[in-house]
Write a protein that binds this ligand. Structure first.
Ligand code: C2E
Ligand code: CA
Ligand code: CA
Ligand code: CA
Length: 279
């Protein structure tokens, strides 16, 4: 079938399984999708274990291509980074997440926060603090309701530049979260040098809570480090009650995962907020 592109037509057939062709096709299609604003955002709730309250939704990019079907972020985010499209993508995500935050606040859920993933590349190639300032002003939002999820890869690149920008964001009042904690290469020392608020335990550790003898010990150690640095802790990838109970016992305060909800559309978040009764 025909796919809109630059100025040539692509035909999707068996030969397209060739990696390079798919890579180039997706790059062109992604550029078009960003121009046309056809990427969407899904939202996954983050829950306070103690109160059962939804405190935040993480915004996750979704690409439903009319002909190629669903393309996962694990495939298109790296392409966006390589092709220099990640800044535009990240700016659109920030704007759309804030638009949705305004909707929730207007519906009376006015303590709710939104968490946005920011790629290390985006951080290095654009002025994230400037973009955040503008979008907060545009939608008349308080910075304390915005959380940025960063990864450890950010930290290895250019610590001094990064610390400067993070301090700017911190001064604005934005919450800073370290995502996928424990999976990167960097040393633990950055945890105290960077102005972070939240540590997000990677789902691979949560998965090990019930499958690996040392799983609990590792997660317990991560939580201890976080608490000693006065960071809030959230566990991602919580899929069952057993994991939830262990996390509760380990004093992990926040959770996110399929056990509570998969990422859902903006429309579905309203019903979820009104009906949710998790405990
Ligand atoms: P992430 O930031 O670590 O997001 C968590 C991923 O785990 C999401 O995958 C989410 O759907 C999935 N997940 C949530 N709960 C569970 C669970 O209980 N079990 C399992 N197995 N998985 C769970 P998703 O949406 O496919 O996103 C994958 C990655 O793509 C994200 O990982 C993030 O690194 C990146 N990404 C997604 N959207 C954006 C974006 O807008 N900007 C940037 N820079 N990266 C994004
Ligand atoms: Ca994330
Ligand atoms: Ca993560
Ligand atoms: Ca991840």
């Amino acid at each position: 079938s025909k796919i809109h592109g630059t100025n040539q037509y692509h035909f999707f057939n068996a030969s397209m399984s060739d990696h390079v062709n798919r890579r180039n096709l997706l790059e062109n299609e992604l550029r078009a999708a960003l121009q046309n604003g056809t990427l969407s955002l899904y939202f996954q709730p983050q829950i306070n274990i103690g109160s059962g309250e939804i405190v935040c939704f993480e915004a996750l990019s979704r690409w439903f291509h009319p002909e190629l079907g669903t393309i996962t972020p694990d495939e298109f985010i790296p392409i966006a980074e390589d092709a220099g499209l990640i800044v535009q993508l990240g700016q659109q995500v920030l704007i759309n997440a804030c638009k949705q935050l305004k909707v929730w606040h207007n519906q009376g859920f006015d303590e709710l926060r939104v968490a946005v993933n920011v790629s290390a590349k985006q951080f290095l190639l654009s002025d994230v603090a400037f973009d955040v300032t503008n979008v907060l002003q545009e939608y008349n939002l308080d910075a304390k309701h915005i959380e940025l999820e960063l990864t450890e890869s950010l930290i290895v690149d250019d610590p001094d530049k990064i610390i400067g920008v993070l301090n700017q964001l911190k001064k604005l009042g934005v919450k800073l979260s370290i995502d996928d904690f424990g999976t990167g290469y960097s040393s633990l020392s950055y945890l105290s040098r960077f102005p972070l608020d939240v540590l997000k335990i990677d789902k691979s550790f949560i998965n090990q809570l019930t499958t690996d003898k040392k799983g609990i010990a590792i997660t317990q150690a991560i939580i201890a480090i976080a608490h000693s640095l006065k960071l809030e802790v959230i566990a991602e990838g919580v899929e069952n009650e057993e994991q939830l109970e262990i996390l509760q016992r380990l004093n992990c305060k926040y959770v996110q995962g399929y056990y509570f909800s998969k990422p859902i559309s903006a429309n579905d978040t309203i019903a979820f907020l009104k009906n949710h009764n998790i405990f």
